[in-house]
Design a protein around this ligand. Structure first.
Ligand SMILES: *[C@@H]1O[C@H](CO)[C@@H](O)[C@H](O)[C@H]1NC(C)=O
Length: 356
């Protein structure tokens, strides 16, 4: 199901140069990278005329995705990317939005059905007077049996104005940003193994009816009296190593990490990338502050799901305390019998800092 893609033999290395020179500040990245018009960077994915580009207003740089009784809608990048910086300025629909889901994400699920990778921003609508919730998730190599969800509240109403949502994905780190504040960092680690996304992905944006689960586990459905629901997208940044889908399909037989062709794509810049794409200490403090205040759910702290946290989890005692107060059932201490076991979980990284 491949859309026609621009044939790009050359991979885009400027991303790496920019990252190296500014130490991964999302704000500087965003402001220095080109904003593509819809026609330059994307294809229509589904939803017919529920996808609306405002070509007159803004050089085709604004896209509206509508959900009505008939259908949702979505778009997808023309190219596949292995690593890069991806950003959109998004204004979510206002008022009653229960059951509505807006997603801004990367995936290769249409190429790798059994072992796909995925990086998600998902926005979950709510009943009137209650705020949207935002969720991030990471899947690697088909790790769908381990959900790595986190949910957050926001410090603003995302339906009142445009706000920037960005994903930085490198060989060694994944960082999710909201308005240039890092909200989540996933570091490639031995504990995570092949679950760290490592194959080329496309970027997607969609709006759809998530009535069955999105709001309080499906308690509140989409009410089409308030349709159409309109999610507005602008300032779309797509910047990374593009991978030719035709060559990719010829590599399809072997996409494991020892695949020479894939390694070649990044080898010249990897070493520098690895050293420079961590957060500065200020950025890390900002992220901690955000998480202490706004984190509402993290799989790492969910004792009802994991008796001991998955191997890559680095727990923060302040976050644990907050979550426990907020929801003692989900985030309470595990039963004593599990606790001892958890401490000696064979998969846990030896260098994990467990301060709980
Ligand atoms: C990805 O999963 C496949 C099986 O689906 C496995 O053979 C392969 O080794 C995994 N790759 C990594 C990097 O773990």
């Amino acid at each position: 199901m491949y859309r026609k893609s621009r044939m790009k033999k050359e991979f885009v290395f400027s991303l790496f140069l920019i990252i190296v020179s500014v130490a991964s500040s999302s704000s500087i990245l965003r402001k220095n990278l080109p904003i593509l018009s819809f026609d330059e960077g994307y294809n229509h994915l589904f939803g017919d005329d529920n996808l609306v580009t405002n070509s007159k207003d803004d050089d085709g740089k604004t896209v509206n995705l509508l959900l009505n009784k008939r259908t949702g809608s979505g778009f997808v990048s023309q190219d596949l990317y292995l690593h890069g910086f991806f950003s959109a300025s998004i204004k979510l629909p206002a008022d009653y939005t229960a059951g509505v889901v807006v997603a801004f994400y990367m995936s290769n699920g249409d190429i790798f059905e059994r072992n796909h990778d995925e990086l998600d921003f998902e926005f979950l609508g709510n009943i009137r007077g209650k705020d949207w919730k935002i969720q991030t998730n990471v899947y690697g190599n088909g790790s769908t049996n381990i959900g790595r969800e986190e949910r957050y509240g926001l410090w603003f109403d995302p339906s009142q104005d445009f706000h920037h949502y960005s994903i930085l994905w490198t060989q060694s780190h994944i960082i999710f940003y909201v308005d240039d504040i890092a909200i989540r960092e996933v570091e490639r680690s031995e504990g995570m193994g092949g679950d760290f996304p490592s194959k080329p992905m496309s970027l997607y944006a969609t709006i759809w009816d998530g009535s069955t689960w999105a709001t309080n586990g499906g308690k509140y459905k989409v009410n089409y009296r308030y349709a159409p629901y309109v999610a507005e997208f602008s300032d779309l940044v797509l910047h990374g190593c593009t991978v030719d889908p035709i060559e990719l399909s010829s590599l399809n037989c072997d996409m494991s990490t020892n695949n020479v062709d894939l390694e070649d794509i990044t080898s010249s810049s990897d070493e520098r990338l690895f050293k420079h794409t961590t957060l500065s200490s200020d950025q890390r403090v900002g992220m901690m502050k955000f998480r202490e205040k706004h984190l509402m759910y993290s799989y790492c702290y969910d004792h009802t799901r994991y008796a001991s946290p998955p191997a890559e989890c680095v727990l923060d005692s302040r976050v644990a305390k907050r979550l426990r107060q907020f929801d003692p059932v989900t985030f309470g201490k595990p039963p004593t019998s599990h606790r001892g076991k958890g401490r000696h979980h064979p998969n846990r990284r030896a260098d994990s800092v467990v301060t709980i």
